[in-house]
Design a protein around this ligand. Structure first.
Ligand SMILES: Nc1nc2c(c(=O)[nH]1)N[C@H]1C(S)=C(S)[C@@H](COP(=O)(O)OP(=O)(O)OC[C@H]3O[C@@H](n4cnc5c(=O)[nH]c(N)nc54)[C@H](O)[C@@H]3O)O[C@H]1N2
Ligand SMILES: Nc1nc2c(c(=O)[nH]1)N[C@H]1C(S)=C(S)[C@@H](COP(=O)(O)OP(=O)(O)OC[C@H]3O[C@@H](n4cnc5c(=O)[nH]c(N)nc54)[C@H](O)[C@@H]3O)O[C@H]1N2
Ligand code: SF4
Ligand SMILES: [Mo]
Length: 752
């Protein structure tokens, strides 16, 4: 029986702040934000007739539709009404057939996940966690979170781990996403806010360098700022080993070998020094550490950099000239240069380039990182990271511990210390970490060396997963807790601009579903914490504000009411106690000083080094991985939306015609990509838009075509970011029996 068929799947729109449709008519819609990426596009959800699906199973009748539809919300300033296909179809995620509606418990008799009641499911999770703690100590119970969780959830999850479980073993998927950029920005500027300026500034600068960002596919509405830039005479430089849709927009496209951006940035700095295009006055007055950074750059001759990167000296000179001559200029990095075992130093080299030319902290200029997940920014500020307390405080800072402990009403001594990073935590499962609570990530598809990670998850004594759908990871659980999602609950997210937004509830969750906050409340109560874990998001947000007060990411002056009135509030936004005034929030950072003790930005001397795994005779090619327009992350959500599956039905191996000829392969032929960690099979996609020494796979699918069967978990020493963007592989024709298969749009409930 389909576990969902018991509930009629009625979706009841909540009466909420009314929105207006593009024609200005009152629609009783709800203004909210997209469930997916960090752009957090504004959208309005309107009631829609519960549609039927003509292809529905004739026995169960037509499938109930989502009950809501997505409409444009032109007044939201960041996307101004534009949405990508994922955002436009997001209401499909609310359809009952797409999601879990009952807790599932693995029964000893069958070995299968079977529907259960909430009391039983929560009792099982609580008793497994406390048993683990009693038998092996607090660090034997771990927590793994996600950058898609709202601020309230991320905060509550961190608090739950540190107080209720007393464990140091908590980290989250943002480690796979933003950690290198965050570490480098903190090192240089004393503070990490992905974009230290509003995204709209991009349209008004003179030159933008996009390093390893495929914005046209990963944040399509943001492309309009690039188009506006170019329309007004500005220049776009794209650095990407592939001629992506983004690179096609560029005035100059540099296509380095994957893993060589560090040398590229150093080479450009070398040329800027040699050509005298520095801002000496800025270097003197606003920075420290230039002589050492200069020496490091001078060791990277253009000819050497050409040999390492494959980018020719004339191209390097063009790029240095365009960037150096521009009055205002920006470097924006994304996962290309960051997801490397030297991601922190690589971002550091691009920041050095910006500092040497006097960009950061100046109008319409500077360095920014394009944060990825829906709450990728807020998710890294409020304590689900292994080394962190709310407000972007450090767990090893005695003053931070004292402040947060006072808000939580506990002794600072009782707070555990920093724990392991995401991959290290996953690698420890079944070893000294025996039980795991997983919420907001699907590591079976998205973690590096995924077959090993899958095996580690299976080796646990106990796995509990909170999810909206039965993801590949949830399928391994002992207990699955079905939770509410974006439009079914209210919460805040912090967008890539550092703008704190209110994602409003538009509809009641299906009966049988609880929110993550309710789950934590229920577990905490069972583990002896009757108080301290409220399920009301606004109450949690207010506490988060107090916990963050005085920290780098200070939210204490932000309220739900203010966010709604002001289209979001940029942090830091401290509460102005007693002054009667209200802090306006901080749209632009660093204009007067950097967040370092002396107020100066720090150059960090960095030297190029090879990837952890360079090609050799057995594995002569480089594999890089990333995204396609119509799928999101591990695909857990988007693979359940028909229109998106039609647009992007499965994985592929992108390769150059020359390489295809060597293999005797044509477009669509099944190829096997082999690394030291595994083998993946997917059809060839032949294109001259990729370097002949490089192949690319998207990572959105499990099964045979899982890109992460191949990737290398080599970690950056500072950020602990795995090297998703480069490993050594060979490519061969697949065996005839190896027809490519992949995890399709998975069944939501067992037994269906
Ligand atoms: N459609 C879609 N949009 C998304 C997501 C999604 O899954 N799907 N996910 C969201 C999230 S969480 C994130 S983090 C962002 C990611 O957004 P992006 O960083 O734009 O996405 P990726 O495709 O991972 O990587 C960007 C580019 O890096 C290039 N690249 C690979 N190796 C290298 C290298 O060594 N150097 C350089 N310079 N470039 C390299 C790839 O060819 C790719 O085109 O997207 C967000 N938006
Ligand atoms: N090879 C390769 N691998 C990569 C990358 C790459 O570029 N290449 N990129 C990495 C990056 S940048 C990222 S961000 C990761 C992302 O990869 P994952 O961490 O796997 O992220 P998602 O697929 O978004 O998984 C989110 C899960 O949470 C569920 N969910 C959604 N909303 C909620 C909620 O409110 N509560 C709960 N409890 N669950 C919810 C979703 O259904 C889904 O199962 O992948 C990383 N992996
Ligand atoms: S760009 Fe990102 S936030 Fe905007 S609609 Fe697409 S997925 Fe949603
Ligand atoms: Mo990400």
């Amino acid at each position: 029986m389909h576990a969902n068929s018991a509930d009629p799947g009625t979706v009841r729109p909540v009466t909420a702040p009314s929105g207006t449709d593009p024609h200005g008519t009152d629609t009783h819609g709800t203004d909210t934000h997209c469930p997916y990426c960090a752009l957090q596009c504004g959208m309005t959800l309107l009631p829609s007739p519960a549609g039927g699906d003509p292809e529905a199973d004739p026995e169960s009748g037509p499938r109930p539709g989502p009950g809501l539809r997505v409409a444009e919300r032109p007044d939201f300033p960041v996307n101004r009404g534009a949405l990508c296909g994922k955002g436009r179809t997001a209401a499909e995620l609310l359809a009952p057939h797409a999601r879990l509606t009952r807790p599932l418990v693995r029964r000893a008799a069958s070995g299968e996940l079977e529907p259960a009641g909430w009391e039983e499911a929560l009792d099982l999770v609580a008793s497994a966690l406390s048993r683990t703690r009693e038998t092996y100590g607090p660090d034997a119970a771990g927590v793994f979170g996600g950058g898609g969780l709202t601020n309230e959830k991320a905060y509550a999850l961190g608090k739950f781990a540190r107080l209720v479980l007393g464990t140091s073993q908590i980290d989250y998927n943002g480690r796979f996403c933003m950690s290198s950029a965050a570490t480098a920005a903190t090192r240089a500027f004393g503070l990490d806010r992905g974009l230290p300026f509003p995204l709209a500034d991009v349209a008004r600068t003179d030159c933008v360098v996009l390093v390893g960002s495929n914005l046209a596919e990963t944040m399509p509405p943001a492309l309009r700022y690039i188009s506006e830039l170019r329309d007004s005479g500005g220049t776009l430089i794209v650095v990407d080993p592939r001629r992506t849709r983004t690179a096609e927009q560029a005035d100059l496209h540099l296509a380095p070998r994957p893993g060589t951006d560090l040398a590229l940035a150093l080479g450009l700095l070398h040329l800027l020094v040699a050509e005298g295009r520095l801002d000496g006055e800025y270097i003197d007055s606003r920075t420290s550490g230039w002589p050492e950074a200069r020496s490091a750059a001078m060791a990277h001759w253009p000819e050497l950099v050409e040999r390492v990167t494959g980018v020719s000296v004339p191209e390097l000179r063009d790029a240095a000239r365009l960037f150096g001559e521009a009055r205002h200029a920006m470097v924006l990095t994304a996962r290309g240069p960051e997801q490397q075992s030297k991601g922190t130093d690589t971002v550091g080299a691009w920041i050095n380039l910006c500092l040497a030319t006097g960009r950061p902290g100046r109008p319409l200029s500077g360095y920014g990182a394009l944060t990825g997940q829906g709450n990728g920014q807020g998710g890294r500020e409020h304590g689900q990271k292994a080394d962190q307390l709310p407000g972007y405080r450090r767990l090893d800072d005695p003053a931070a511990r004292a402040h947060v402990a006072s808000v939580w009403g506990v002794d600072p001594e009782s707070l555990p210390g920093p724990g392991r990073s995401a991959y290290e935590l996953l690698d420890a499962l079944g070893g000294d970490v025996r039980a795991l609570l997983l919420a907001g990530s699907n590591p079976v598809v998205s973690a590096p060396r995924a077959a090993h990670v899958e095996q580690r998850l299976r080796a646990l004594d106990f796995l509990a997963v909170c999810d909206v759908v039965l993801s590949e990871s949830a399928r391994l659980a002992d207990v699955v807790l079905p939770v509410a999602q974006w439009a079914e609950e209210t919460g805040t997210t912090t967008s890539l601009e550092g703008r704190v937004l209110l994602r409003r509830k538009a509809v009641d969750p299906p009966p049988g579903v609880r929110t993550d906050l309710e789950v934590l409340e229920g577990l905490a109560a069972r583990l002896g914490w009757e108080k301290g874990f409220p399920a009301d998001p606004e109450e949690v947000f207010d506490e988060l504000g107090r916990a963050s007060a005085g920290g780098p990411a200070d939210y204490s002056g932000i309220t739900y009411g203010r966010i709604a009135e002001e289209d979001g509030v940029f942090w830091p936004c401290p509460e102005q106690q007693g002054s009667g005034s209200v802090h306006p929030g901080t749209r632009r950072l660093f204009l007067d000083r950097f967040a370092t003790p002396d107020g100066r930005a720090r150059f960090v001397p960095v030297m190029h080094r090879p990837a952890a795994e360079e090609p050799d005779d057995e594995h002569p090619l480089r594999l890089t991985t990333g995204r396609v327009l119509s799928q999101y992350q591990s695909g857990a959500q988007t693979r359940r939306v028909d229109a998106l599956n039609d647009a992007a039905p499965g994985p592929f191996v992108e390769l150059h015609p020359r390489l295809a000829r060597q293999l005797g392969a044509e477009d669509g032929d099944a190829l096997a990509v082999v690394s030291r960690r595994g083998r993946a099979v997917a059809p060839a996609r032949v294109t001259s838009g990729i370097r002949p020494d490089t192949v690319f796979m998207p990572f959105h699918w499990g099964g045979e075509g899982r890109a992460n069967s191949l990737t290398n978990p080599a970690l950056d020493p500072d950020s602990r970011m795995p090297e998703f963007k480069v490993c050594a592989v060979r490519v061969e024709r697949a065996h005839p029996q190896e027809e490519p298969t992949y995890e399709p749009n998975g069944a939501t409930a067992p037994g269906s």
